[in-house]
Design a protein around this ligand. Structure first.
Ligand code: MLT
Length: 401
């Protein structure tokens, strides 16, 4: 008998953004004239910056001739990119991360989902609630049901602390994401340091998703978990170029697994995670393409940095306009200043609010309930769109709210 993985029956049959896409398609079929504005899934709308485009064109030319042709690359990523990452994202910001602690991939979603393969079936997980669904769904698919939900509410500023953990049955792994998806909240250094200290005390692990770090503008807010003392012995960090440089379609990101970071065998022997993750990636992944990695490398040139910063500033400008408009309509809004996401308290059923905005205003958002029980009562609005569409969306919101 061919048995299925029955864990799949324990998750919703469709991924959150697939469900939203279905509803939007149905709405558009029923209303073919509607000009729908998409502020739902966090997908970028601005093109790749010129520095990246030029580097990718040059890489295509490399591939066109025998002299500079590249077939399979190193699964961990090319040294030219790993060295730039180590220097610009970490060492120049005072963090001691080396190029060989960085593994380049085709994006943070895959890495966040795949990393759980390194851990025992019995590990206990903690996640925020609401949360990016990938952390939960991938663990449930793998048969892990012991997941502690840490409520992220207006009362705790959407940042839970280790004190929110149950006294008994503390988790082995906690997922943290700051700036947060979906709430747009940021964590201070003190708040992150408390998690690092907790993890080091308990021999637990932090999986830190920093996909939105490039949106941080408030001085002093950490861009990386490694800004905290002791984080190298208890944390893995995921980074993405999707929102940083418009790579949602190109696909590239990386994961930092510090040397000496360990989990434990059944007899208590420490086992280093970096060789395990390397083994996993070299076995199941053939690396991000040469062309992609040359494009990513160009983000670190002076032109690339200036151009990507300008694009992020543009999205943050969208977020500011929408935040101010929603506040003027009387809504309480979190996020949108160090994050592309606005988390709006709609004081009611979030799917109903989503449907209302779709039906009455042709605006796509994301219902908070899709991110977990504590997301009910909120919707997430993304700032990824043109200025024209954002202004139009604001006018429509004023008309229906
Ligand atoms: C989101 O909208 O939450 C993100 O785009 C999803 C992702 O990055 O995978």
């Amino acid at each position: 008998m061919l048995h299925v993985n029955e864990n799949y029956a324990k998750i919703k049959p469709t991924y959150l953004f697939a469900e939203i896409a279905h509803r939007v398609s149905a709405h558009m079929e029923a209303n073919p004239e509607a000009k729908v504005i998409r502020l739902g899934i966090g997908d970028v709308t601005e093109p790749l910056c010129p520095a990246v485009v030029a580097a990718m064109h040059k890489a295509v030319d490399d591939e066109a001739g025998r002299a500079n042709f590249h077939g399979y690359g190193p699964e961990q990523g090319y040294a030219f990119l790993r060295e730039k990452i180590a220097k610009f994202d970490f060492q120049d910001r005072g963090m001691d991360i080396a190029a060989d602690e960085i593994l380049v991939s085709d994006g943070a979603k895959c890495d966040c989902g795949n990393i759980q393969e390194l851990f025992g079936q019995d590990v206990r997980i903690a996640v925020g609630d609401p949360v990016y669904p990938v952390y939960v769904d991938t663990n449930v698919m793998a048969g892990r049901g012991d997941i502690t939900l840490l409520p992220c509410t207006a009362e705790n500023g959407f940042v839970p602390t280790p004190n929110d953990l149950p006294a008994n049955g503390q988790p082995d792994i906690v997922y943290l994401c700051y700036p947060n998806n979906p709430t747009g909240a940021v964590a201070t250094k003190m708040q992150l340091q408390a998690w690092v200290d907790w993890a080091n005390d308990r021999k637990a692990l932090i999986l830190f998703d920093a996909a939105y770090e490039a949106f941080i503008r408030t001085p002093g807010i950490p861009h990386s978990i490694y800004e905290c003392d002791g984080a190298k012995s208890c944390a893995i960090e995921f980074r993405s170029y999707s929102k940083t440089a418009g790579f949602t379609g190109v696909r590239c990101g990386y994961t930092v697994v510090p040397k000496g970071l360990c989990a434990y065998a059944a007899d208590g022997t420490p086992v280093e995670l970096r060789p395990m993750w390397t083994r996993r990636q070299t076995t199941k992944f053939n690396g991000a393409s040469y062309i992609t990695q040359r494009g990513a490398e160009a983000i670190y040139t002076p032109e690339g940095m200036a151009q990507t910063t300008a694009t992020i500033d543009f999205y943050l400008g969208n977020a500011k306009l929408m935040r101010e408009a929603l506040q003027s309509l009387g809504y309480i809004v979190t996020g949108g200043s160090d994050s592309p996401y606005l988390w709006v308290d709609v004081k009611g059923d979030s799917w109903a609010f989503f449907d209302k905005l779709l039906k009455d205003a042709n605006i796509v958002t994301t219902p908070g309930a899709g991110f977990g029980r504590a997301g009910e009562g909120f919707i997430r609005i993304s700032a990824f769109n043109s200025r024209e569409n954002v202004k139009e969306a604001i006018e429509r919101l004023k008309g229906v709210l």
